[in-house]
Design a protein around this ligand. Structure first.
Ligand code: I3P
Length: 106
């Protein structure tokens, strides 16, 4: 699965908040066990990552609706084994559920 999502990093590790905390539009590409970020679909096809970011590994990842985040709608949370935590905003409920299910089965 792939598509545009708005992303905010909340945690850098289990005990450290992320330093860069603004929401950014990123083109997300889900592959077996990893999630990669690109500026847009063209960059994704060319394999040019967003700000040189290495795809995140989804081993031990927890993905669920971000019920505790009230500022935006259709936001889900992704917590990685190393403590990194991201929020992602989808365009609607259907798209959000689709991402969560795909991430959980990737
Ligand atoms: C952040 C930006 C985010 C905001 C975050 C700010 O500032 O305004 O939108 O998160 O608040 O730090 P900057 O763009 O200067 O990095 P929310 O939208 O969730 O409020 P936070 O530090 O309380 O997470």
């Amino acid at each position: 699965m792939e598509g545009m999502l708005c992303r905010k990093q909340e945690m850098e590790s289990h005990s450290k908040k992320a330093a860069s905390r603004s929401w950014q539009n990123v083109y997300c590409v889900l592959r077996k066990g990893s999630l990669g970020f690109y500026k847009d679909s063209k960059s994704a096809s060319s394999g040019i990552p967003y700000h040189g970011e290495v795809p995140i590994s989804l081993g031990e990842a927890v993905c669920e609706i971000a019920h505790d985040y009230k500022k935006r709608k259709h936001v889900f949370k992704l917590r990685l084994g190393d403590g990194k935590e991201f929020l992602f905003q989808a365009k609607d409920e259907v798209e959000m559920s689709s991402w969560i299910h795909s991430i959980l089965s990737a």
